[in-house]
Write a protein of this length. Structure first.
Ligand SMILES: Cc1cc2nc3c(=O)[nH]c(=O)nc-3n(C[C@H](O)[C@H](O)[C@H](O)COP(=O)(O)OP(=O)(O)OC[C@H]3O[C@@H](n4cnc5c(N)ncnc54)[C@H](O)[C@@H]3O)c2cc1C
Length: 566
């Protein structure tokens, strides 16, 4: 017999098999793949249950086809990021005396089967999970709840993916303002951000009956879902590694080691390099990083180093993420419909050749091609790039915006249904705020944000010898220039499938100065030195300017500020 120092019989050490007096809570992980700030896990481990069983289901439906056009739903890169995240979670749970059972199947089938295996409601006292927003995920929650009801097992849901808790909103989600600025101001003036939830160092043990299966369980190989191995491209802005461990280390690197947060607002629209923006999005999307944790780290940075426009702006951007999540709550499946949030009927084209040229980075418009090739090769594209390729697809090619959203869904490491489809609604001019309906001048954008052509040449090496700004509009090259720059248009690099009349004025811009001081980054960091103190760069222009700065695209607003500051 195992007797503890106090002389009590230790049932745990006896390793008794599952019996009816033992109680278990199942924690179903979905897009909350972390231990920090995880309320679901915290509630389960502080409950009266003897055992907590963390579970992740690889649901084959996630790896099937996209809804409208039947593209493969998850790219190899996205799959790799997911499996790295699940494996990291498993490792971190094991380090705290727990573990993660990984099974393949739909949660509404896997969880009831597991509950029965453990002894049904006599043993399993509940299933805990984070609540999701969109229709598919909510459908899973409903089916799961109904299956478990049949077994007499309750399901408990928690809200945990936004910075501002849904229950703290100063209005019901159905009355979410249609203008982001109004949402932001009301939230800023009346909401406190919840503190992060702490977990004990030692978690509750797994049910003994499952321990052996858990020890042997691992993420399924990509081939199980017909997904090929992910490529590695050294040109990527960051070697994105899935999981909470990498997420927390990226936060520490960006905020504290490289000290980039103080310049974020000036650098966030850059194109090449790891540190111009946070790159938190892939980890936020899978819940490897909690937005509340990011918020409290910003506050720590502000106390220790500096509080300025940039530190504020990162929270401002996280609120955009929240805004789209609450749009998802308010508008439901409208987010995914051709007519969008506004129910606006637009005659979209579906020209296959044009779409494939866009998707594959062969449009002959370098700024578009570079961005699409980066997405394909790395699973990431900058916000500036996303706005331009989305505008080009919907406003220049007038192709169905859902083609673009589904390509992004398949390929973006950070795909979140609300952020992805919400931003596409705005780009296509069918969102809930008509002021977000903007057409980007692709050549102006390319020349403003990539004045030396560094970005387009990184992803379209065919253009290497063409000086800037001509590298942004190769269709203007004479035959002699094509020969001189070793790039035959139509052979080495595609003919442009579309050239907009409004690009002409920018095509004739003079080449940039060759001094390093002309680069986007140099300009931006000089601007950064000028602003100090929270809100310092904001109040001056009155209501109208503020509205422009709040614009999701930052297109027109940002361009204007950029010029003024120059
Ligand atoms: C057509 C289109 C589709 C998009 N799809 C997604 C998507 O599926 N998932 C996603 O996270 N972002 C999406 N975005 C928003 C934005 O492009 C990315 O969040 C950003 O580029 C991620 O890089 P970062 O983490 O370095 O951003 P940072 O500039 O460092 O911003 C910090 C965080 O704020 C949030 N954020 C910033 N801008 C937005 C925005 N416009 N909408 C929602 N959240 C925002 C993100 O969580 C981001 O990680 C999309 C934008 C467009 C135009």
């Amino acid at each position: 017999l195992d007797i503890t120092e106090e002389g009590h019989l230790d049932l745990q050490l006896l390793r008794l098999p599952a019996f009816s007096a033992m109680s278990v809570l199942i924690v179903l992980f979905r897009n909350d793949l972390r231990l920090h700030d995880n309320e679901v896990l915290q509630r389960a481990v502080s409950s009266a249950a003897d055992h907590v069983l963390p579970l992740y289901c690889f649901d084959p439906r996630h790896f099937a086809k996209t809804h409208w056009f039947g593209f493969p739903r998850v790219s190899p890169l996205r799959y790799r990021f997911l499996t790295q995240s699940v494996s990291d979670l498993q490792k971190n749970l094991r380090n705290r005396g727990s573990g993660l059972l990984v099974r393949v199947g739909a949660p509404e089938e896997v969880v009831p089967a597991l509950a029965k295996q453990l002894g049904g409601s006599a043993t399993v006292k509940g299933v805990h999970l984070h609540e999701e927003i969109c229709s598919e995920e909510r459908g899973v929650e409903r089916s799961l709840a109904s299956e478990l009801k049949g077994l007499g097992i309750p399901i408990t849901k928690c809200w945990g993916s936004t910075l501002v808790h849904r229950d703290d909103l100063p209005f019901p989600p159905t009355q979410l303002p249609d203008v982001y600025t109004q949402f932001r101001k009301r939230v800023e003036s009346s909401c406190d951000i919840c503190p992060v939830v702490e977990l004990p160092q030692q978690l509750k043990p797994l049910p003994p009956a499952i321990a052996a299966e858990e020890a042997a369980s691992a993420v399924p190989p990509a081939s199980q879902f017909g997904i090929s191995e992910a490529p590695v491209d050294q040109r990527g802005v960051l070697p994105f590694q899935g999981g909470e461990t990498a997420a927390l280390s990226r936060l520490d690197e960006y905020f504290f080691k490289a000290d980039c947060l103080k310049d974020y607002k000036q650098t966030r629209n850059g194109l090449v390099g790891a540190n111009y923006s946070s790159k938190f999005s892939p980890w936020l999307a899978l819940g490897c990083l909690s937005p509340r944790h990011v918020y409290h780290k910003v506050k720590e940075y502000e106390r220790q180093r500096v509080a300025n426009d940039s530190t504020y702006w990162l929270i401002f951007e996280l609120l955009w993420r929240d805004y789209f999540k609450f749009i998802g709550v308010k508008f439901g499946t409208k987010l995914f419909q051709a007519d969008g949030l506004m129910g606006k009927q637009v005659k979209w084209r579906t020209n296959r050749n044009a779409f494939e040229a866009w998707r594959d980075g062969r449009t002959g418009v370098p700024f578009i091609d570079a961005n699409m090739r980066e997405l394909r090769a790395t699973g990431y594209m900058s916000n500036r790039g996303r706005q331009n390729v989305a505008s080009f697809l919907t406003k220049d090619l007038t192709l169905d915006w859902r083609l673009g959203a589904e390509v992004f869904e398949a390929e973006l490491l950070d795909h979140e249904p609300t952020a992805n489809y919400g931003n596409w609604n705005y780009a296509a001019g069918i969102g809930n705020d008509p002021r977000e309906d903007r057409k980007f001048n692709i050549i102006k954008q390319a020349m403003d944000y990539d004045p030396n052509g560094e970005y387009v040449k990184l992803w379209c090496p065919e253009l290497t010898h063409i000086p800037s700004p001509k590298c942004h509009c190769p269709w203007t090259l004479t035959p002699a220039e094509q020969q001189q720059y070793n790039c035959s248009i139509g052979e080495d690099y595609p003919n442009a499938i579309y050239v907009d009349g409004s690009w002409r004025t920018h095509q004739d811009r003079r080449p940039p100065q060759s001094s390093g001081g002309d680069s986007y980054y140099a300009k931006r960091s000089n601007v950064g030195r000028a602003s100090n103190g929270r809100g310092g760069g904001r109040g001056g222009g009155g209501q109208q300017q503020q509205q422009q700065q709040d614009n999701n695209g930052g297109g027109k607003g940002n361009e204007r500020r950029y010029k003024v500051r120059e």
